[in-house]
Write a protein that binds this ligand. Structure first.
Ligand code: HEC
Ligand code: HEC
Length: 364
């Protein structure tokens, strides 16, 4: 679109200039060179068109129906070298103490970057973590990370899993030592950042670039929003059920929320949820609202991985929970859904599964 406008403008100017030339220029040599100039101009316009039409894959684009991107660091512009380096780091167990666990061990692309259908992830030496490994996508739109929002910037995020004793159990200094000893990483970092020594900041920025580019925006729902597909009658009915019962917390089009909420899990006294960060009683048992996208690939669900399928999830929401702490009335009272509504809701949730994203070789 922007090309069309700029091309029209250039031609418009060219038109004016040619008219001017007819009235004022008489030298035939000059005339020829001006014609050549405009031919070159047209050629340049065509070149520009080609460049715009073949979209640069190493660029974070906002899908038309998404809100503004939250991540903002003008100094960390995505480049091919940094992205590729970040991808390599994400899949490399070198980041763990015994070279056994990579980020991808718990965040697998075929599971929308959630774990391999494990309730709780396994780190080094088979150690079991305390929370379910969340799916990773559309992170560029998020302002806080983890179930309790304990990390508020993506760029510092990698320190958490690398140094967590139950995950990678490693020390940042040691990771840097290993990377600096690797000739191929030296080459990769040099190509990406232009410096001879590999530093922690560079490693974080590269990993951030890879994570930022993990975007899921091609589910049937997205196609409907773009006007290239249509919901079936049942999906449309399910969309209404979702809007009435789920959309206050799982907000379109990302199906998550910047707020922390309770959906009624408060059986576990050790799990404080958001209160772990704020120490405020009003935040006890509140969690970051996970996205409803790609549920087909990410089960089991919830911070504790306790629910294994959509039927169990919907049954959970239907059940009254009079003792739910810090929960909204719809959670406390339970949601009243007919069987037809439940089936329609499931059909709608199915339109949020993005097969293009899951199969995308760009992330592997
Ligand atoms: C042993 C499993 C494991 C490994 C290895 C691991 N993670 Fe995670 N990841 C988790 C778990 C569990 C959580 C949720 C933690 C919490 O809420 O306290 C998480 C959360 C995240 C989140 C927050 C997502 C959100 O929506 O809030 C990001 C981002 C992330 N991990 C990236 C990484 C990166 C990058 C690496 C490698 C440097 C990595 N993880 C390694 C298990 C793992
Ligand atoms: C009051 C806010 C609220 C409402 C309303 C709500 N949810 Fe949730 N939902 C949450 C929170 C918070 C979590 C995470 C809870 C946890 O991990 O313990 C969650 C988790 C989920 C998950 C798990 C996703 C994952 O990746 O683990 C699914 C699926 C889900 N909700 C579906 C729904 C559906 C379907 C509805 C409507 C019928 C709905 N939710 C209504 C707040 C809400």
């Amino acid at each position: 679109m922007s090309f069309l406008i700029s091309a029209t403008l250039s031609l418009h100017f060219a038109g004016i200039a040619v008219v001017n030339y007819h009235v004022s220029i008489r030298d035939p040599l000059m005339k020829n060179s001006i014609i050549v100039f405009f031919l070159l101009l047209l050629f340049a316009c065509k070149k520009e068109a080609e460049q715009v039409q073949t979209t640069n894959p190493y660029q974070l684009n906002k899908p038309v129906h998404f809100p503004a991107i939250a991540y903002n660091n003008p100094e960390n512009e995505i480049t091919q070298q940094k992205y590729i380096l970040g991808k390599r780091l994400f899949f490399d167990p070198i980041l763990s103490i015994d070279s056994s666990i990579s980020c991808a061990s718990c965040h697998a692309p075929e599971h929308a970057f959630a774990d391999h259908n494990l309730a709780l992830s396994k780190g080094i030496n088979g150690k079991v973590g305390t929370r379910h490994s969340p799916a990773l996508f559309n992170l560029a739109w998020m302002r806080s990370f983890n179930w309790d929002g304990g990390v508020n910037h993506l760029e510092v995020f990698p320190i958490a899993p690398i140094t967590n004793e139950l995950e990678m159990g490693e020390d940042l200094k040691n990771v840097l030592r290993k990377l600096n000893q690797s000739q191929s990483y030296q080459v990769g970092f040099k190509a990406a950042f232009g410096s001879d020594k590999i530093e922690d900041k560079q490693m974080m920025l590269a990993l951030t670039q890879y994570m930022l580019m993990i975007v899921s925006d091609d589910a049937k729902y997205d196609q409907v929003k773009r006007g290239t597909a249509a919901f079936t009658a049942q999906e449309q009915e399910g969309y209404l059920v979702y809007q009435n019962h789920c959309s206050s917390c799982h907000v379109e089009p990302l199906f998550t929320s910047p707020e922390y909420k309770s959906n009624g899990f408060n059986k576990d006294a050790k799990e404080l949820g958001r209160m772990r960060i704020t120490q405020l009683e009003k935040d006890r048992n509140l969690f970051k609202v996970p996205s409803l996208r790609n549920l087909k690939f990410t089960y089991p669900y919830m911070h504790n991985g306790k629910l294994w399928n959509l039927d169990a999830v919907i049954a959970h929401y239907q059940l009254p929970k009079p003792d739910a702490l810090n929960a909204e009335p719809s959670i406390v009272n339970g949601m009243k859904l007919t069987e037809t509504e439940v089936n329609a809701l499931k059909a709608f949730l199915n339109t949020l599964n993005d097969n293009t994203f899951i199969a995308n070789p760009f992330y592997r």
